[in-house]
Write a protein of this length. Sequence first.
Length: 766
Amino acid sequence: MLAATETPATTDITHRTVAGLEKKVTIDVDRWGIPHIFAESTNDVFLAQGFNAARDRLFQIDLSHRRGLGKLSEVFGDKYLEQDRAARLFLYRGDMDAEWASYGPGAKQIATKFAAGINAYIDWLKDNPDQLPPEFEALGYTPDRWTPEDIVRIRTHALVDGLEDEVGRAKLACENALGLDDLRMKREPSTTTSVPAGLDPCLPKDVLGVYEDATKSVKFTGDLENPLEFTAAGDAAEPDGSNNWVVSPRRSATGRAVLANDPHRVHQAPSLRYVAHLSAPGMNVIGGGEPALPGISIGHNGSIAFGLTIFGTDAQDLYTYDLDETGTKYRYKGGWEDIRTETEKIGVRGGAPVTKDVSFTRHGPVVHVDKAKRKAYAIRSVWSDPGTSAYFASIGYMRANNWSEFVAALRRWGAPGENQVYADAKGNIGWKAAAFAPRRTGYDGLLPVPGDGRYEWNGYIPSENLPEVYNPRQGWFATANQFNLPPNTPREDVTAYEWSYPDRHRRISHVLSRQPQHTLEDSKALQHDVVSTRAQWLTRLIRPLESDDPTTTAALDLMSGWNGSEHLGSVQAMLFEKYWEERLNHAVRDVLVPEDKRKLVEDVDWLVVEDVLKHPKKYTSTLGADPEAARDRILLATLTDAYTKALSERGAVSEKTWGYEGNKVTMNHPLGKHDGRLDVGPFAIPGSSTTPIASGRASYKQVIDVGNWDASWVMNTPGQSGDPASKHYRDLAEPWSKGEYVPMLYSRKAIEKHTTQRIVLSPAQG
């Protein structure tokens, strides 16, 4: 573990003049690359935050800025025109006064100062071109300037759900197999859905193609000698998942509350998050935020600590429309409404600007038109409404001083839906769900709906109706994206029917409930826990089983005593993850799904598998007159087949040939395919998606000693800097792979002891 008492290197001091500053600002960068920004006003601290974000992450935030605004073609050429058009479809286009007001007082000023700080750094680069990040030189362009509106108008980086599963469910309905959907993805709370009246569920194959273009990141392939040949590619699919928990003083070894959070996002270089400390009169907050946004969304402010995980929120719908003969109007409430069309001028590198039309119904952007069938498809999303710029609303709660102020600030939280956990220096802990979650009239949001006026949103679920817990009797509270709506939640207050599997939450709850004196080290260990409760209950099921077949007996002997730990080198974890789990899932699917429909259900929801195996008597219609015996045959047959296949591929059982290799994590730079030295990794990470470590998906982690702030810990891999030449580009990757942390220093004394670089920003004269 990296110790907070190690002696730092000699502090390097630089001075820079920054237009727009009112007074001098000091940025102390500690030995782990974390900037501590000290200013004499909030205006200056947010301007300095923008300046520093550009100093450390300019290429990353510029690429994000261009992708979100639809300005990639301007610097990369016409291959990006369709992606640019798609991005512009989903920009916030509503009233900007309403947008700023939705985040509370000072929102516009904060964004204005942050954007001014970025622009000030870009101006500084004009006089210091040798400091331009190398990616700009390699790609042959310069960074774009920012406006305050850019920060909030971009919506497509938010983790907002609802569309893909609607379309997947429609495919089943098109095949008259909607009854199989609860096997594909079990709904919580339980509900029965049906095809909305007037909907043709047989959708165009690429109905979400434009949406996918709008939301994908930018990656490059090709030869840097000809950057115009670069093409964009979306991220590989990666399961969502995050953990957080709070422990009260009476369950803590320190006598103070503990807050831990490890949000899981796609790995990349540089990291999706950035750790910063903002100190000014009336505000002293530290933690993780989005590099391209002002403020801090995960951390503490010296009074309260806070952390977030995704909360189930169905915040989007696909609408279908009948068009008139001209294709310019759609049917709505017995009449016809105009499709609103605007023209976007898109700059193109090496050529003349190109105009592209973007069209909208009253519900949102039109993403597909079938002229032959006179059908159109549009997306309604919370993105279209004021207050839904992802994470920007954290500027409210990061300055809260108590539970009531925290909850009040979360009334303004729009997107994405989050489980917000809380702890304060007085020993209180809590949880509050925060989201703009639509209330739907006459439908459940599980399938696309006709846009003719029969299926509308009726505002949002009031914040006070979303669940919360304050000082729970058990002395701790945890979330892991699992279904956590209270029992008997009214249908009108159900935020979603689809949630992550409960495996991680089960393990976290099991551990916390058995720790009467929880320590910071316990939280660190739990964030890296590799025990799968799914594997545990399966091994409990097979322990009583016997067989006359020697291969089956050998497999039973190997797996029956396993405790579910998926550490590197585990023979049992390898067999379970690589061979048995999938076979078991498909065997249960084959019992429940008719053979001619199995192509529609590739995998069965694991909650269904669990129910079949734990409660076989509920399934006599498919398992037969002796369902327990049938269940046991499934367990034995799939385990034997898995074991036999592993033997044929890996040879005799040994840790060398059968040892679990875990998940290979590489943090890819957008230009990594051109220069592999920009990528960081790979690292072998134990566990799986069913364990708290979640295959190492958390690039940012924090464990906060609430009240003894300097004793808190943080991690952000691969490093704080986006500059490949910086020592902080990859310095945290190796410690991260080993489960280590660095200090989250907070007091001025502790920070000064570990400062290695001091940047003094002074107001420009005149």
